[in-house]
Design a protein around this ligand. Structure first.
Ligand code: SF4
Length: 203
């Protein structure tokens, strides 16, 4: 089977450019009228490590870049502490436009935005996907109500040949400041080191 990485770079660049353009013009769901910017993604798309969050927040909508608000700054610090250069990975969200009041995107909105995320995954062709929080975890792994993020975080799953790890969303860590043993922050530190180690193996 031909992988996306076998496709010449200029053709992948063209396909990526078409995807960016399609997202910028997209009005497929009710989130379009309220956005300031379509937040497509950020980072190095030749990476093997893709992080997927839920949706842009106010700061992300303002700047057009994912994970630049308080939660994003915490994510950047966690990555740095683990020795992962944020510029060397790619970060995006399940939906590319900000839901009002930072609510969880509806099933219909996620479904409407699905082709963009699928296109990004196909063109990046990552070895590892990290799902930040419950929303991307449900989208990717189709987890049910009994599989909460606290139960499945830190575990590896296979999704179409890609290794997928759910982790806590950094906004959850902002609300849970404890660093005690077994706290979300301590568990996230364990998880990110595991991700780093597996990423180093496949680089
Ligand atoms: S969230 Fe996705 S589907 Fe909805 S308008 Fe934005 S780009 Fe289009």
């Amino acid at each position: 089977m031909t992988s996306e990485r076998d496709i010449p770079l200029d053709r992948r660049d063209e396909a990526w450019g078409r995807l960016v353009l399609a997202a910028q013009k997209c009005e497929k769901c009710p989130l379009a009228p309220g956005r300031k910017n379509v937040v497509f993604g950020d980072g190095d798309r030749s990476t093997r490590l893709l992080f997927i969050g839920e949706a842009p927040g106010a700061e992300e909508d303002e700047q057009g870049i994912p994970f630049v608000g308080k939660a994003g700054q915490l994510l950047t610090r966690i990555l740095e502490a683990a020795g992962i250069d944020r510029k060397g990975i790619y970060i995006t969200n399940v939906v590319k436009c900000r839901p009002p009041g930072n609510r969880v995107p509806s099933i219909e909105e996620m479904h409407a935005c699905e082709d963009i995320l699928k296109g990004q995954v196909a063109l990046i062709n990552p070895s590892i996907i990290v799902c930040l929080g419950a929303t991307p975890t449900k989208w990717i792994l189709k987890t049910g109500p009994g599989e909460s993020i606290s139960k499945i975080r830190g575990k590896w799953f296979d999704w179409k040949g890609i290794r997928v790890m759910p982790m806590f969303h950094p906004s959850f860590l902002l609300r849970n400041q404890s660093k005690k043993k077994g706290s979300p922050r301590e568990l996230t530190w364990i998880d990110i080191q595991e991700v780093r180690d597996r990423w180093l193996e496949c680089r």
